[in-house]
Design a protein around this ligand. Sequence first.
Ligand SMILES: [Zn+2]
Length: 488
Amino acid sequence: MSLRLYNTLTRQKDDLEALPGFDPNNVRMYVCGPTVYDYAHIGNARPVIVFDVLFRLLRHLHGEDHVTYVRNITDIDDKINARAAETAAAKGMSVEQARVEITAQTAQQYLDDVTALGCLKPSHTPRATEYVARMVAMIGELVTKGFAYPAEGHVLFDVSKKADYGKLSRRPLDEMIAGARVEVAPYKRNPMDFVLWKPSDAATPGWDSPWGRGRPGWHIECSAMGEALLGETFDIHGGGIDLMFPHHENEIAQSEAAHHGHALARVWMHNGFLQVEGEKMAKSLGNFITIRELLSGWRGYNWPGEVIRFAMLSTHYRQPIDFTQSILEQATVTLRYFSTFGFYEPTVGPSDEFLDALKDDLNTPRAIAELHRLLNEARGHASNRPNEMSKPNAMLNMETFTAANQLAAGLMFLGIDIRSYDKCWVENQGRESIAQNLEREVEAAIAARAAARKAKDFKESDRIRDELLAKGIVLKDGPAGTTWEVKR
Ligand SMILES: [Zn+2]
């Protein structure tokens, strides 16, 4: 089975390898990275995790040496400048010095955070400041070719010159104008024209250009970095759905205009929105969660990176995700179950069904369902033999060993190292942990239900069963008693 990915550009799943120009020896992916001025939030974590899984899959399919993954760092941006101006005033330094300090520190925090979430280092993590010369050259080309015009120290992209502008988001122009909350400025020919370059005053960070000292707009940063590291046309461009318009639309417009109409990317991928407990995440709502906060203490627990990652991958990347304490608890318990058999280096690859699920537009919920099947298979074989589950792996019977081995391989493939999860688990011993609480609660409920059944109080026993079911706990009655599992 070949890799099929949902392409926002065509609104269908495309077979990547069948797309014209695809070279299996040189697979290239660009994902929009963070604007570095503050801790990354949990919404930022989603694309990083999703595209890390895709990076792993591409490396598996085409070989590590044949895949190039670029995730940029935006270190030129007006939000950064605003933060730098505050710091500069407080510390008595220049805004540029403060910008350098803030972006370096935040980029490092970001890298530490996403490493804790199990993400591999991309092939390149370019910073916008390293590619300003390329941006200036690209803007110059756009002016020369008539796609852009200088005005009052700015350079603007003229959307009227790009007949297919809007082809990614497929929105009518008036809706785009409303959606983009476009700045109406006297120097613009058309309200949809967007900034490629803008002037910087003496206090604001800036670089020399043919249009005076200034700084690039955000969109041209990605176009220039992508072109420099991946070439004019590459395979996959990814990012959150919130970036589709205007950011990605503008990347397409300016890159294609600069490159004789050649496509920027063959496949455009967008991950869905993330909400927190049913609401849009916002600092003003008090539900703004940073990755750092989750890792170092949220609601009383230090949630391991493996748990956050697994919780995130339990929903398909194109679906919206509702991030709750409950999904972290369920991920904790599920990984605990998986770790029953997962303490060793897998000696086989993941199962075909697992890989096929990922090849079908990165269907991680289906891949995880396969891991549950493998776990059940391993447990089924093990339960026929008393004490099997407490044996060292080398002494497991063959059927149990194979299923458990494929389970471990699948987890490893998803970037979840069950051994470090287990280490973290051990380190957390000595204080109440989520899963221990849950286990105790469920075991107590099972005992109460057994007592009710013995007393022929079936109403009560059903009530207990339904109460657990509402919490996602499924009871299974068997000859050896009642077992339970967490519903996916
Ligand atoms: Zn971008």
